[in-house]
Design a binder for this molecule. Structure first.
Ligand SMILES: Nc1ncnc2c1ncn2[C@@H]1O[C@H](COP(=O)(O)OP(=O)(O)O)[C@@H](O)[C@H]1O
Ligand SMILES: [Mg+2]
Length: 346
């Protein structure tokens, strides 16, 4: 659309092979006067990532959660503080080596250079979560095609990342099988007339199930269609809920659940999520990102928009006020982030 020639990409990874754990690293502060320098911080990050993981897995992200200087805990930024011992608690996300390699291969073969990779849901988090939600604690769910990724934030940073191998494609598959129609017709029906909460649907409302081959189009109660979708969506949410309860993390979800990703466009999916999780639920989309073309306001673009923002911040550009207010200082003064993204990506 932009007419620009794109060669290098930042890749969004997702999938059932994603796992996470929390650990910490410790170093002695070596700087003059025991003042913590950036070098000490880099070293403590290195120390924290020196964990043994199995040969078939690789570390995708090491996210610092908080620092301890001597006995003072819960420090967000220890730079220039004085101390003898610096400790850092980190959240580590790993993926399967072969799955990640195959993703890289796909994109490389399509003629692009993979410059960096991110877990897609980190992009979603950057796009849709408010500072209050991150501080208080929330559950972010990215409902994609083949996978549903989710992440729990507490005290601003991720504490748990995982994924379920089911998403919108399974819903389409169910419709195709139950109504004996081709997959692409099922996909259309889902997008045009689907919903995830039967109680919200007028019992008299009818939809047309498209015909194919010798089969004529037929009328169907919309509620029947919805009663195919709802159980699958419920099942996905129940799997997520079970996993966070099993890990004793449910109580961290104080600010509620935020749904995003293409499959969060199914009407009333928030009602379904509310009934499973028993907490407030909202849909998150890039619509809150200022200056973004409305064509990209769909929740299906949350990950891509977020990764563009993360890349821009990495390059040193300050974001215009968006949902996330805490921003890094720009090295380039007033250069517009949105302008930069538009030039680079769209
Ligand atoms: N309007 C819509 N209504 C219902 N489902 C939708 C809609 N738009 C996209 N989807 C579903 O979203 C899924 C893809 O989500 P997306 O986040 O784009 O994919 P991924 O992150 O897996 O690449 C598909 O299963 C698709 O059917
Ligand atoms: Mg997605």
């Amino acid at each position: 659309m932009s007419g620009s020639d794109i060669r290098a990409v930042s890749l969004a990874l997702s999938g059932a092979n994603i796992e996470s754990f929390n650990t910490n690293g410790q170093v002695a502060v070596t700087g003059r006067g025991r003042e913590i320098t950036q070098e000490d911080i880099d070293r403590v990050h290195e120390a924290a990532r020196a964990v043994s993981i199995s040969m078939d897995r690789e570390i995708l992200h090491v996210i610092p959660r908080s620092y301890t200087v001597d006995d003072q805990k819960g420090i967000r930024n220890p730079l220039h503080m004085t101390g003898v011992r610096l400790e850092c608690g980190v959240h580590i996300i790993t993926g399967s080596v072969s799955t990640v390699q195959n993703m890289f291969k796909c994109v490389t073969r399509a003629g692009y250079k993979v410059e960096r990779s991110y877990l897609g849901i980190l992009g979603c988090a950057r796009t849709v979560l408010t500072n209050d939600e991150r501080d208080l604690g929330c559950l972010l769910i990215d409902l994609g095609g083949g996978t549903t990724d989710f992440m729990i934030f507490s005290e601003s940073e991720p504490v748990f990342t995982s994924a379920i191998p089911a998403g919108g494609s399974q819903i389409t598959g169910d419709i195709s099988i139950m109504l004996s129609i081709p997959v692409d017709a099922a996909e259309h029906l889902k997008r045009d007339s689907g919903a995830a909460w039967t109680d919200a649907i007028d019992p008299d409302e009818m939809v047309i199930v498209p015909g194919f081959g010798a089969r004529e189009p037929v009328e169907l109660e919309r509620r029947k269609l919805v009663s195919i979708i709802q159980p699958r969506v419920e099942e996905i949410f129940e799997m997520v809920n079970e996993r966070i309860e099993k890990n004793g993390l449910k109580e961290l979800v104080k600010a509620g659940v935020i749904l995003t990703g293409g499959a969060s466009l199914i009407p009333h999916i928030d009602d379904c999520a509310r009934s499973v999780f028993g907490v407030p639920v909202r849909i998150g989309s890039p619509a809150t990102v200022q200056g973004l073309d409305p064509a990209y306001h769909s929740p299906a673009f949350s990950a891509a928009v977020g990764i563009a923002l993360l890349e821009a911040e990495r390059a040193g550009f300050t974001a215009e006020p968006g949902p996330r207010k805490r921003q890094k200082k720009s090295r380039q003064g007033s250069f517009s982030l949105v302008k930069w993204i538009k030039e680079k990506f769209f």
